[in-house]
Design a protein around this ligand. Structure first.
Ligand SMILES: [Zn+2]
Length: 273
């Protein structure tokens, strides 16, 4: 490329990007491959990628305290979306709709006594309360509050990490919110109703299937969760029965000690350390 090359550019470009004339003409090295780089907002050059450019151009706000409660790598996106709406109190509950239009006929689809609201549906009303009460102990949330405001505060105060119980707690809460809201809408708009026990089974199964799809490292906590949720056969996670192999192919029972082994059970890959 030569300095004269600029002369061949459309005139309007020359007018618009006059800075081009202030740049030294590049020295072409035919032995090197062209590479596209992106100078980010901090002035650092990095590889050009859509994600790098997007990170640089988008407006970043402060991370909200409930971010990891709603969005996490193991989440079920449609459950997270419902939870996100609930956190913002944006589900179209009767108390919200009553502000737009007065309608005395709006009563909770479950108890038929009062208009519903976030606090009523999660989980003050009898039907949702039973769903929550029966399932929360499966996530070690026995002492979690019943009312949505207090529950949200409680969940935010809990440490969020990659431990199996933290994942189960967030998965379960998201699934319960999603299916309660779905059941409420089915009752209102399609006149269909499932018994409480059926909804509990559906939620339990959905969370169990999600857990089965995760790659988990065996540990005592995972073993306990697997026993409770039944997301793997005990022959895989019962540590006392777990067999591991050494480099020479020798087999022994896993004792929780010893060098790292890799093994493969039923298509699931585990590392035991
Ligand atoms: Zn109710």
């Amino acid at each position: 490329m030569h300095a004269q090359s600029f002369d061949k550019w459309p005139v309007e470009w020359v007018d618009r990007f006059d800075a081009l004339f202030a740049i030294d003409p590049p020295i072409i090295n035919n032995d090197k491959k062209d590479k596209i780089v992106w100078r980010n907002g901090r002035g650092r050059c990095c590889d050009f990628s859509v994600s790098n450019v997007w990170e640089d151009l988008r407006t970043c706000n402060q991370v909200v305290p409930w971010a990891n409660l709603v969005w996490f790598s193991q989440c079920v996106p449609r459950h997270s979306f419902t939870m996100w709406l609930a956190v913002h109190r944006r589900l179209k509950t009767h108390d919200t709709m009553g502000v737009w239009e007065k309608n005395d006929g709006m009563v909770c689809a479950f108890c038929k006594s009062v208009p519903d609201s976030h606090n009523h549906l999660f989980f003050e009303c009898e039907y949702p309360k039973r769903v929550w009460s029966e399932l929360k102990c499966l996530a070690r949330l026995d002492h979690a509050p019943i009312s949505w405001d207090s529950l949200l505060e409680f969940m935010i105060s809990k440490p969020v990490n990659k431990s199996i119980w933290s994942i189960i707690q967030r998965l379960l809460l998201g699934a319960i919110l999603y299916y309660i809201w779905q059941e409420r809408n089915l009752r209102i708009f399609q006149c269909k109703a499932r018994p409480c026990s059926e909804l509990i089974c559906i939620i339990n199964e959905v969370v169990r299937l999600r857990l089965m799809s995760l790659k988990l490292n065996p540990s005592r906590q995972v073993s306990d969760a697997a026993d409770l949720w039944g997301f793997h056969g005990p022959e895989v996670f019962n540590m006392a029965k777990l067999l591991v192999y050494n480099d020479a192919g020798g087999c022994r029972r896993y004792t929780g000690k010893g060098p790292v082994f890799k093994y493969d059970v039923g298509g699931h890959h585990f590392v035991v350390s």
